[in-house]
Design a protein around this ligand. Structure first.
Ligand code: HEC
Length: 170
């Protein structure tokens, strides 16, 4: 008898647990740290995206960089069409460059410095050329003051190329 009474409770407890886990998972998704001003997050799976081009910054940061693009970005690059369509996402990874421990003339990636993201959504970001910006250090967005600089520099130099510096590397 006791068991028969307990079972419905067990069922309810399991159901409540599932609801709680669901709510927790949802909370986790919402809690993904977003950049100030733009609310841009580091996109899932970006590390598997195709390479647009590498870049080298030798002074003052001494960084190796790689720009990656999602499929929408790569399709637009291949088609040579500007502006980039809504849904385009570009991610720029940067590392300090260090001497290869195995080969004298080679510089290789050392410590990761920043992950930077540009998301094209012309309705959401009309004031910044249709682009939302995010700069992350150790997965966390940097402050608002740094985010105020993004569009200004991109606009001043590459407005005619839809605010994007990086060309597709042959
Ligand atoms: C002083 C100029 C300057 C500022 C400020 C700047 N960028 Fe850039 N950005 C560049 C240059 C130059 C490149 C080209 C790649 C390279 O040389 O590293 C670039 C490339 C990028 C790219 C790859 C797409 C492209 O345009 O080539 C992303 C993403 C990006 N920047 C995000 C940001 C974010 C986010 C901020 C603000 C937190 C920012 N940038 C601020 C100069 C700037």
């Amino acid at each position: 008898m006791k068991l028969a009474v307990l079972i419905p409770y067990a069922g309810a407890a399991v159901a409540a647990g599932i609801v709680a886990v669901g709510a927790f998972a949802q909370g986790m998704v919402q809690a993904k740290p977003a950049s100030p001003i733009y609310g841009v997050v580091i996109p899932d799976g970006y590390r598997q995206w195709e390479l647009v081009a590498p870049a080298l910054e030798h002074e003052p940061l001494n960084e190796l960089r790689s720009v990656l693009g999602n499929k929408t970005a790569i399709d637009a690059y291949r088609a040579g069409s500007l502006p980039f369509p809504d849904g385009t996402v570009l991610v720029k990874l940067a590392w300090k460059h260090i001497q290869s421990p195995e080969f004298e003339s080679a510089l290789v990636p050392g410590q990761a410095t920043t992950v930077q993201v540009m998301v094209k959504d012309s309705k959401r970001y009309p004031a910044s050329g249709g682009w939302g910006f995010g700069r992350f250090v150790d997965g966390k967005p940097v402050d608002e003051a740094q985010h105020e600089t993004c569009f200004a520099c991109h606009e001043a130099r590459v407005k005619s190329r839809d605010y994007v510096f990086t060309r597709f590397a042959p």
